[in-house]
Design a protein around this ligand. Structure first.
Ligand code: BT5
Length: 330
C-alpha cells in the first residue's frame, strides 16, 4: 500500500486528507499513519497538517521498491510483472539470470549499488553507490535467437530518447551498445541470453547509466561521463529508470511482432556517433579501417573499407574503434 499512497501524494501534488486515503484504499487511519511513517523513515519528506492531511514536499534521489513500483504503476508500465530491488548486489544481470532460470516470469532487477558489474567479454563496469543506475530487464521472449543482438540496439535507442527527454543533452549512440555525450561514455548495455538453436530460454538486457557521479576511477575518468557532469544538474535515478522502461515497453511490443529493425533504422542512424566517420574494425581474423555508413535491418554495422567494399560487422563479433575520443576496451 505504501507505493499506492506514494503515487497518490505525487499525483495530487497537494494535501490529501487521511480520511480520503482510508476511503480510497479501504483501510484504517492507523494503517495510513503507519504507511506514512514508514515512507518518512525511507527518506520521503511528508508534511502533515491538521485538517488538511498529508503532502509530499520534497523528494531526494531515493531508489526503493516502493519508489520504482509506484512510478511504474502510475504510468501503467511493467504491469503485473516482477520487480526485484536490492540495496546492494554484485550484478543485476546475474540476479536477473538466476530469477529467469527459476521462474517463468519476466523480471526487472534494480539496485542502489552494484559492486561487481560487468561489460562485454567480462570487462568491468564500475558504479558508484547511490549515484549510478544499474538495472537489468529479464525476458522470456518468443523470437528466435538470431534476433537477440538487435535488442541491444533497441535498448540503446530507448536510453538515448530517455536521456534526451530528461536532460536535453545531445546523447548519441556508439554502435552497438554505448551511449555517449560529448564523446564520453554515459551508459553501457550488456545483453546476455541462454538459448537452444531455435529457441531462447531467456534474455537479459543490463543497462548501466552514470547519473549523478561527480568523478570516476582513474582508468575510466578520461572516457566516462555522467548526466550530472554534462548538465551540472542532479537527477532522480528512478525518473531515468521510468523513462527508459516507458520507451522499452512500448518499443519491445513492436519488436516482438516485427521481423527486423527496419522500423528504428533511421532513428538509430540519426543517433549514431560514428556515422560517416572513420572507424577501425577489429575482427578475430583481420583489422581494417573504413567509413561507417550506418546499420542494416539486422543491426549490423555497415563499413566501407579502403577498397570500396561494403562489409557488415556483427554485434558482439568485433569491436569498432571509433576515432573520436575513447577507445573501446583499453
Ligand atoms: C558495457 O560493456 O558497456 C556494458 C555495461 C553494462 C552494465 C550494466 S549495469 C547493470 C547490468 N549488470 C551488469 O553487471 N552489467 C549491466 P563494454 O562495452 O564491454 O564496456 C566496458 C568498458 O566500459 C570497460 O572496459 C571500461 O573501459 C568502460 N567503463 C566501465 N565502467 C564505466 C562507467 N561507469 N562509465 C563509462 N565507462 C565505463
Amino acid at each position: 500500500m505504501k507505493s499506492e499512497i506514494l503515487s497518490m501524494l505525487r499525483e495530487k501534488n497537494d494535501f490529501v486528507s487521511g480520511q480520503e486515503m482510508c476511503e480510497h484504499f479501504n483501510v484504517s487511519r492507523t494503517a495510513v499513519w503507519k504507511a506514512i511513517s514508514s515512507l518518512k523513515k525511507e527518506g520521503y519528506q511528508i508534511e502533515a497538517v491538521n485538517n488538511k492531511g498529508y503532502r509530499l514536499i520534497h523528494q531526494d534521489d531515493i531508489l526503493s521498491l516502493q519508489e520504482i513500483s509506484s512510478r511504474l504503476n502510475q504510468q501503467q508500465i511493467w504491469n503485473n510483472r516482477k520487480i526485484v530491488f536490492l540495496e546492494t548486489t554484485t550484478s543485476t544481470n546475474i540476479d536477473a539470470k538466476r530469477y529467469l532460470e527459476e521462474k517463468e516470469q519476466d523480471v526487472l532487477v534494480v539496485t542502489n549499488y552494484q559492486t561487481n558489474g560487468h561489460g562485454r567479454r567480462n570487462r568491468q563496469w564500475v558504479s558508484t553507490d547511490q549515484k549510478s543506475l544499474c538495472m537489468s530487464i529479464g525476458l522470456k521472449p518468443e523470437f528466435l535467437p538470431n534476433r537477440a543482438s538487435s535488442i541491444t540496439l533497441l535498448a540503446a535507442i530507448c536510453v538515448c530518447r530517455a536521456i534526451r527527454r530528461i536532460t536535453g543533452l545531445d546523447a548519441k549512440i556508439k554502435w552497438p551498445n554505448d551511449i555517449v555525450i560529448s564523446g564520453k561514455k554515459v551508459c553501457g548495455i550488456l545483453t546476455q541470453m541462454n538459448a537452444e538453436v531455435d529457441y531462447v530460454n531467456w534474455i537479459v538486457v543490463g543497462i548501466g547509466v552514470n547519473v549523478n557521479e561527480t568523478n570516476f576511477p582513474k582508468e575510466q575518468a578520461p572516457h566516462a561521463t555522467s548526466l550530472f557532469l554534462e548538465s551540472h544538474e542532479s537527477y532522480h535515478r528512478v525518473l531515468v529508470l521510468q523513462e527508459i522502461m516507458k520507451e522499452f515497453e512500448a518499443e519491445y511490443s513492436y519488436f516482438e511482432k516485427e521481423a527486423d529493425l527496419a522500423r528504428w533504422k533511421a532513428e538509430y542512424e540519426g543517433y549514431l556517433v560514428n556515422r560517416n566517420q572513420d572507424v577501425k574494425v577489429l575482427d578475430l581474423k583481420e583489422s581494417y579501417v573504413g567509413k561507417s555508413l550506418g546499420i542494416d535491418n539486422q543491426g549490423q554495422l555497415l563499413v566501407k573499407n579502403e577498397q570500396g567494399e561494403i562489409k557488415t560487422v556483427f554485434a558482439g563479433e568485433v569491436s569498432v574503434r571509433g576515432l573520436y575520443g575513447y577507445v573501446d576496451g583499453e
